[in-house]
Design a protein around this ligand. Structure first.
Ligand SMILES: NC(=O)c1ccc[n+]([C@@H]2O[C@H](COP(=O)([O-])OP(=O)(O)OC[C@H]3O[C@@H](n4cnc5c(N)ncnc54)[C@H](OP(=O)(O)O)[C@@H]3O)[C@@H](O)[C@H]2O)c1
Length: 361
């Protein structure tokens, strides 16, 4: 049942409207967390000329969305992205950045937004997201000394002022479970997007937050679309994935010193899911990463799937996923293949913490 349409490379990646807002994002977004990275950082060293190549080629392929955060490599991801986009017409790119929840106390949001603008070397950020909810549990991950969270209405009022001043075009959130999203919307802020983990191997959003976002007109940007490289199929066993990327509840915490969730993992279900996806990709004579990325955007509520790309080769491979939509029967088949893993991991959106310590609620 080889489907030749899965092989063609798209001259131009499709764009989609983000929820009910006027924001339009390409269905493939470039995760820029690795940009500006050094040996000590999560993704390791990232060569600036490779980052430049990725951004230039992405724009040629019709990809407009570039995702960063003030926290990524202590601001160096924003700086590296800023240097690269100087050479690209500003209106051909949509820049998303995120403020850490620990920096959302009154007055500090404006200060932090201005610092991000400087690093990005731009006059406005297209989508400015609150990286994690404004709760004590979520904030303490960024700054242990903070025990009382900021007032949600004051924080979003300041974001609305930034919007009025033209410093940001759209307000977004990230890792917000339904209750937190509703709380943000109740402040009167128009929330364009909720950035959430979403991949064939991380389907928790399907339980509650995906339908909530659809109902509320909020777009979804799915991160971890390649499960931090696991769905690129370059690892012949789970243990080969770098330890830092094995800290999620998919993996047995006893085998990963850096894991915080304390659980036994779901490695049997994960292995079975990967075998099933590989077999399906083989039947279609395509790659696991293309199947994984095409599946992510098959649900209309998902506006954009984010994938990091270290070089132009990875980017082009990923862009090939969007040559044509994944047929509905294949989406269903992939849903079935990964259902036992989805059930085992459950509806908690926080893949790094135990369910009773979920930072998204
Ligand atoms: N909002 C949040 O809380 C949050 C959290 C995490 C990530 N994000 C965003 O999501 C972006 C993506 O990060 P992620 O964690 O979701 O990772 P990901 O995109 O699932 O994985 C990216 C990694 O996969 C590998 N890769 C990508 N394309 C490949 C290809 N074609 N062939 C082989 N390997 C390939 C590369 O690994 P190597 O580096 O090993 O080559 C790359 O660094 C980040 O940059 C960030 O913007 C947001």
């Amino acid at each position: 049942m080889a489907d030749p349409r899965l092989h063609r490379i798209l001259p131009c990646v499709e764009t989609r409207k983000c929820g009910t807002t006027g924001l339009k994002l390409s269905v493939l977004g470039i995760g820029c967390w690795s940009f500006g990275g050094s040996d000590e950082d999560y993704w390791g060293r990232q060569d600036q000329s490779a980052a430049e190549g990725v951004v230039r080629r992405a724009v040629e392929l019709g990809i407009n969305y570039f995702d960063t955060a003030e926290a990524y490599n202590s601001g160096r991801s924003e700086t590296a992205l800023g240097q690269v986009i100087r050479g690209v017409p500003r209106d051909s790119v949509v820049i998303g950045s995120k403020i850490s929840p620990s920096n959302t106390f009154p007055g500090r949001i404006t200060e932090h937004c201005e610092s991000s603008l400087k690093r990005l070397a731009t006059d406005y950020i297209d989508v400015y997201m609150v990286h994690w909810p404004l709760t004590a549990r979520s904030i303490s991950f960024f700054d242990r000394s903070i025990t009382t969270p900021p007032a949600v209405d004051e924080a979003f009022a300041e974001l609305m002022r930034l919007r009025e001043q033209g410093k940001i075009r759209f307000i977004g959130v990230s890792n917000f479970a339904p209750g937190r999203l509703r709380e943000a919307i109740d402040t009167g802020a128009v929330i364009a997007v909720n950035q959430l983990p979403y991949s064939l191997l991380s389907r928790a959003i399907e339980w509650e937050i995906l339908p909530s976002c659809e109902q509320l007109g909020v777009g979804i940007i799915g991160y971890m679309a390649l499960q931090q490289g696991l769905l690129s199929d370059r690892y012949s066993s789970l243990g080969e994935l770098p330890a830092l990327r094995r800290r999620t509840r998919h993996f047995d915490s006893r085998k990963v010193p850096q894991a915080r969730h304390g659980g036994n993992g779901a490695e049997a279900e994960l292995d079975d899911a990967l075998k099933g996806i590989r077999a399906l990709a083989r039947d279609l004579q395509t790659t696991v990463s293309r199947v994984a990325l095409a599946w992510c955007i098959a649900r209309p509520g998902v506006t954009c799937a984010l994938a990091g790309a270290r070089n132009v080769e990875q980017l082009e491979e990923n862009a090939r996923a969007f040559a044509s939509p994944l047929p509905a029967n294949l989406v269903d088949e992939l849903d079935e293949i990964t259902r036992p893993l989805k059930q085992k991991l459950g509806p908690s959106l926080d893949y790094w913490e135990a369910r009773d310590n979920d930072r998204t609620v």
